[in-house]
Design a binder for this molecule. Structure first.
Ligand code: ADP
Ligand code: MG
Length: 820
C-alpha cells in the first residue's frame, strides 16, 4: 500500500460492472475474487437470505430465475420492487445495485488493503434525475461516504483520450452496452477534452442482438416442430429464457469464430411437448439479423454529427466501448458507414471504469479513509491547493503555512522529481501565504518536493513534504441536457435552469402558495412539482420529483399566498436536490418525494397509445388538407414507432417489465414529437403571438427600458427572427419567454400599469380565498390610487393576487402544483 492517493472508478453496467483504480500515473482494472475484470450485474438471494452476486449468481438465472435478478439497472429509479420468493424478500433496484457496488468495493479492498470511501460511478448519458438519484443511494448503501456520478461517454472519452496523442479534431465515442447506446461527439484542443454533444438510445444494446437471434430461433422451431412458441406467452417464459441465454453465447462465440451452434441448456417444453433445439448459425446470419440494429445505431450517430455540423468524412476517430463492439462486423460496418478510423488498443469492456477512476483524480476524490491519509510526517503543516490533474502545463500551487512543530518557513521552493526543474524561491508573506508556479512534464505524473528554509537559509521540515500533479487531458463539466423548472398552479413553468447551464448549479426563487394549508389535516399536502423539458406548459414537461410540505409537519397553518423560498441544486452529475424554506414558519423541507420513473402498467400505456393513434389520425387529415410534406414525414416516423410501442406492450403483457418501460419512454417521446407537429400546425398562432409579444414588448422597452435592457432586447429579437426563420417552435417559445420577461420588467415601471393590474385583481376579489382580507386590500388599493402612491398600489396588487384561487383543472394538469 502506498502513501499516494488512490482514485477509484466504477462502471455500474446493466449487464456487467467493473472497477478500476488510478494512482496518478496509471490505471489498473481491479480483478474480482474469480480473477475476472468483469462482474456480471446479477444478484441472487437464496432461501437462507444468502446473497450471491456476479458470475456465481449469473449461473442461477436459469436454475433459480425467481430468486435471481439481472438488468435491474434498467429499473433504477422506478418504484418497482423485485421479489425474492425464496427468502420472502423484496429489494429495490437501488438496493441490488448496492450489492454489486459492495462486491466491487470488497475487490478493491482485497487488492489494496482498504475499503475505498470515495469514488466515481458512471451513469448513462441519458439517465434521468430519478435514475441518478437511485445510483447515489446505491453508493451510500454500499458504504461510500462520497461519490460523484459521471456520464459514461465522458468516462470512456477521458480514458481513451488519456493515451491518445494530442491532435485536436472531432471524435466519436460509440458505446453499445447490454441495453443502452450512447453516441458522444468530442473534441480535443490544447490537451483539453470537450464533449460537444451526445445522443443515444436508452433501449438499444447487445440484448436486442440476442432477441433478434431468439426470434430467428423461434421461427425455425415453430416451422419445424409445428409449435406455437411465443415471447408473449407467459407459459413459455422459461423456454424463452433458455433460448436467449444460448443466443447470447453464440453471439459472443461468433465474435471469434465463423460458426457456432445454438443449444439451450436443459430440456425445453412447449405446451406439454418436449422440444429439442440445436441450431447451426454462422456470422453471416448474425450480420443479417443484427444489421438493422447496427444501422439504427449509426442513424443516431449521423443525427448527432449533423446536429453539430460535422461532415461524415471529417470525423477523426471512433472509440468503441461495450461488449457488442467486440463483434468484428459491427466495428467494420460502423467504421465504414461513418468513414472514420477506429481507435485501437482500448479494452471496450473496462474503458468506462478506467475513465471513472481518472475522473476521480480530477475531482480530487482520494479513496483512502482518514486513517491512511493522516500524515506521518513531522514539520510545519502546509495547507495547499492545486489541481490533481492539469491540462495546463504550468499551473499554480497556492498555499498557506498553518500550525505544527518546528520553526516557521520563510522561503519555499518546489523541486521536480526528475531533478531537471525547480521553482524560484518564493517568500512566505506575513500571513503565511504563498503562490508557486510549477512546470509540468506533459502526460506524466509529476512529483514535487517542497523545499522550505528559515530566515538564515537553513532547511525546515514541512508537511506534506511532496505533492503530485498529473499532466493530461481534463474535461469540462457536462452542461445540463434538459431545462429544469417548477410547475406552477397555472400550468406555467418557472424555469430554474435552462438547457446548457454549466453544472453544478444552484438557484433560489420565491413562490407563493395558492391555497391555505391547515396544520395537522390528514391528506393535505402542499406540492411543489419539479419538471424537466423545454415546453412552456408544465403538463407537457416530465415530472421528475415533487417536493412536499405535509400539513402534518408544519408548526402552524399556512395562509394562501404564503411565501415559500425554493432552492434547487444540481451537482456535477445532474443530481437534483431541493430545499424549501417557509419564512413565516421558519421551517425547512427537503424531502423530495416520488423521484421515480412511473411504473409501466400495460393497460394505462395501452390507453395512452390509443389516444395517440387518434391524434395521429387527426393530424394526418390536417396534413393532407394543407399539403405539408414535412409534417407527413414526421407523422410517418411517429406511426412507425407507435407500432413498435404496440409490440412492446404485447411483450409487457407477457411479463416483460422492461419492454413496458421502453414503451413508456417511447410514448413520452412520441407525445413530445406529436406536440411538435401540432405546434407546426399551430405555427400561424405562434407567429401571431410573436407579433403581439414583440409589438407590446418593444413599446414598453423603448419607453421604460434601461439601455442594458434595450440592448438585451435587440439580441432576443434577433434570436426570435432566427427561430422563426428556422421554424423552430421550441426555440421560438423560449425566446418569446425572454422577450416577455424583458417587456414586463419595463412595463412595471409604467405608473398606469399598476392601476390597470389593480383594477383587474379587484374585479376578481369576490372569489378570493380570504374574502375579508381581499376586501380590505381593495380599500387600501383605492386609497393608494387616490394618493398616487404607485409603490403601495403595487404591493397591494401583489398581495391580492396571492388570494385569488388557481383554476382547479389547470392545477391538476400541472401535477397538482400548490404554488405560483
Ligand atoms: P453494459 O454496459 O450494459 O453493462 P457491456 O458493455 O458489459 O454492457 O456489454 C454487455 C453486452 O455485450 C452483452 O449483450 C453481451 O452479450 C455482449 N458481449 C460481451 N462480449 C461480447 C463479445 N465478445 N461479442 C459480442 N458481444 C459481446
Ligand atoms: Mg457499459
Amino acid at each position: 500500500m502506498s502513501d499516494k492517493p488512490l482514485y477509484v472508478g466504477f462502471d455500474l453496467g446493466t449487464t456487467n460492472s467493473a472497477a478500476a483504480v488510478f494512482d496518478g500515473d496509471q490505471t489498473r482494472v481491479v480483478r474480482n475474487s474469480q480473477g475476472s475484470n468483469l462482474t456480471p450485474s446479477v444478484v441472487r438471494i437464496d432461501a437462507r437470505e444468502r446473497v450471491t452476486v456476479g458470475a456465481k449468481a449469473r449461473r442461477f438465472i436459469e436454475r433459480d430465475p425467481a430468486n435471481t435478478h439481472n438488468e435491474f439497472k434498467r429499473l433504477m429509479g422506478t418504484g418497482k420492487a423485485l421479489e425474492f420468493p425464496g427468502p420472502k424478500l423484496t429489494r429495490r433496484p437501488a438496493e441490488l445495485a448496492a450489492m454489486i457496488l459492495a462486491s466491487l468495493r470488497k475487490d478493491v479492498e482485497d487488492q489494496f488493503g482498504f475499503a475505498p470511501i470515495r469514488a466515481v460511478i458512471s451513469v448513462p448519458a441519458l439517465f434521468e434525475l430519478p435514475q441518478s438519484a437511485a445510483t447515489s443511494e446505491a453508493a451510500q448503501l454500499a458504504g461510500f461516504e462520497r461519490v460523484e456520478l459521471l456520464q459514461e461517454p465522458i468516462a470512456s472519452a477521458l480514458a481513451a483520450g488519456w493515451s491518445a496523442e494530442d491532435d485536436g479534431g472531432a471524435w466519436l465515442v460509440y458505446d453499445l452496452g447490454g441495453g443502452t447506446f450512447d453516441a458522444s461527439l468530442l473534441e480535443t484542443a490544447d490537451g483539453f477534452l470537450r464533449v460537444v454533444g451526445h445522443d443515444g438510445d436508452n433501449f438499444l444494446g447487445g440484448r436486442d442482438f440476442d432477441w433478434a437471434i431468439v426470434d430467428w430461433a423461434i421461427a425455425k422451431v415453430n416451422a419445424r416442430d409445428g409449435v406455437q412458441l411465443s415471447r408473449a406467452n407467459p407459459a413459455h417464459a422459461g423456454a424463452i429464457r433458455a433460448i436467449k441465454q444460448a443466443a447470447e453465447e453464440v453471439k459472443i462465440e461468433l465474435s471469434r469464430s465463423a460458426e457456432a451452434v445454438l443449444v439451450p441448456a436443459g430440456e425445453l417444453e412447449v405446451d406439454g411437448q418436449a422440444i429439442e433445439i440445436e441450431l447451426e448459425i454462422d456470422r453471416g446470419t448474425v450480420e443479417t439479423l443484427c444489421g438493422g440494429l447496427v444501422e439504427r445505431s449509426v442513424e443516431v450517430c449521423r443525427r448527432l454529427l449533423s446536429q453539430h455540423r460535422v461532415e461524415p468524412g471529417s470525423l477523426d476517430r471512433i472509440v468503441f466501448v461495450g461488449g457488442p463492439t467486440m463483434m468484428p462486423f459491427l466495428r467494420d460496418r460502423v467504421g465504414s458507414m461513418l468513414g472514420a478510423a477506429i481507435a485501437e488498443g482500448h479494452d471496450p469492456m473496462t474503458l468506462v471504469a478506467q475513465g471513472a477512476a481518472i475522473y476521480a483524480a480530477t475531482a480530487n476524490l482520494d479513496a483512502r479513509p482518514a486513517e491512511l491519509t493522516a500524515s506521518k510526517h513531522r514539520g510545519r503543516r502546509l495547507w495547499l491547493q492545486f489541481p490533481a490533474v492539469s491540462s495546463d502545463l504550468s499551473p499554480h500551487v497556492v498555499g498557506r503555512v498553518v500550525d505544527g512543530p518546528g520553526p516557521k518557513p520563510v522561503n519555499l521552493e518546489l523541486h521536480r522529481g526528475d531533478g531537471l526543474w525547480h521553482s524560484q524561491s518564493t517568500a512566505v508573506d506575513h500571513e503565511g501565504g504563498f503562490v508557486l508556479g510549477v512546470d509540468l512534464l506533459p502526460r506524466k505524473s509529476n512529483v514535487f518536493k517542497l523545499v522550505a528554509s528559515d530566515a538564515d537559509g537553513n532547511p525546515v521540515p514541512v508537511d506534506p513534504p511532496t505533492i503530485t500533479i498529473v499532466q493530461g487531458v481534463t474535461i469540462s463539466d457536462p452542461p445540463l441536457s434538459r431545462t429544469i423548472g417548477v410547475a406552477l398552479a397555472n400550468d406555467a413553468v418557472r424555469v430554474y435552469f435552462e438547457r446548457g447551464t454549466p453544472l453544478p448549479a444552484k438557484r433560489t426563487f420565491t413562490h407563493n402558495t395558492v391555497e391555505s394549508v391547515a396544520k395537522g389535516t390528514e391528506d393535505s399536502v402542499l406540492k411543489i412539482p419539479v419538471v424537466q423539458g423545454e415546453y412552456d406548459r408544465a403538463h407537457l414537461c416530465r415530472l421528475v420529483g415533487t417536493l412536499e410540505i405535509p400539513s402534518t409537519e408544519i408548526t402552524a397553518s399556512l395562509p394562501a399566498g404564503a411565501e415559500v423560498e425554493l432552492t434547487l441544486e444540481l451537482d456535477r452529475g445532474g443530481r437534483l436536490s431541493a430545499r424549501a424554506l417557509v419564512p413565516s414558519l421558519d421551517q425547512v423541507f427537503q424531502e423530495v418525494a416520488h423521484l421515480l420513473v412511473p411504473a409501466a402498467d400495460p393497460e394505462v400505456l395501452q390507453a395512452i397509445a390509443e389516444t395517440m393513434r387518434a391524434r395521429l389520425v387527426t393530424l394526418r387529415g390536417d396534413a393532407f388538407r394543407n399539403g405539408t410534406p414535412q409534417m407527413l414525414g414526421a407523422l410517418d416516423r411517429v406511426e412507425q414507432r407507435l407500432a413498435e410501442v404496440e409490440g412492446d406492450l404485447e411483450a409487457t403483457r407477457g411479463g416483460n417489465e422492461d419492454a413496458g418501460q421502453r414503451a413508456r419512454r417511447s410514448l413520452l417521446e412520441l407525445d413530445a414529437e406529436l406536440e411538435q407537429v401540432e405546434q407546426v400546425k399551430r405555427w400561424p398562432e405562434l407567429e401571431e403571438r410573436k407579433v403581439r409579444t414583440m409589438t407590446w414588448a418593444s413599446a414598453c422597452i423603448s419607453q421604460y427600458g434601461t439601455p442594458r435592457e434595450q440592448k438585451l432586447f435587440e439580441e432576443v429579437s434577433d434570436a426570435i427572427d432566427r427561430a422563426a426563420g428556422e421554424q423552430d417552435p421550441r426555440e421560438l417559445q423560449r425566446q418569446l419567454r425572454l422577450a416577455n420577461q424583458l417587456g414586463e420588467t419595463a412595463w412595471y415601471r409604467d405608473p398606469s400599469t399598476w392601476e390597470y393590474l389593480f383594477e383587474d385583481a379587484a374585479s376578481k376579489a369576490d372569489s378570493a380565498t380570504d374574502l375579508p382580507l381581499a376586501q380590505s386590500l381593495v380599500r387600501e388599493g383605492r386609497q393608494a390610487l387616490a394618493r398616487d402612491d404607485n409603490q403601495a398600489l403595487r404591493r397591494v396588487t401583489e398581495r391580492l393576487w396571492r388570494l385569488l384561487p388557481a383554476d382547479v383543472s389547470t392545477r391538476r394538469q400541472s401535477f397538482d402544483s400548490g404554488v405560483r
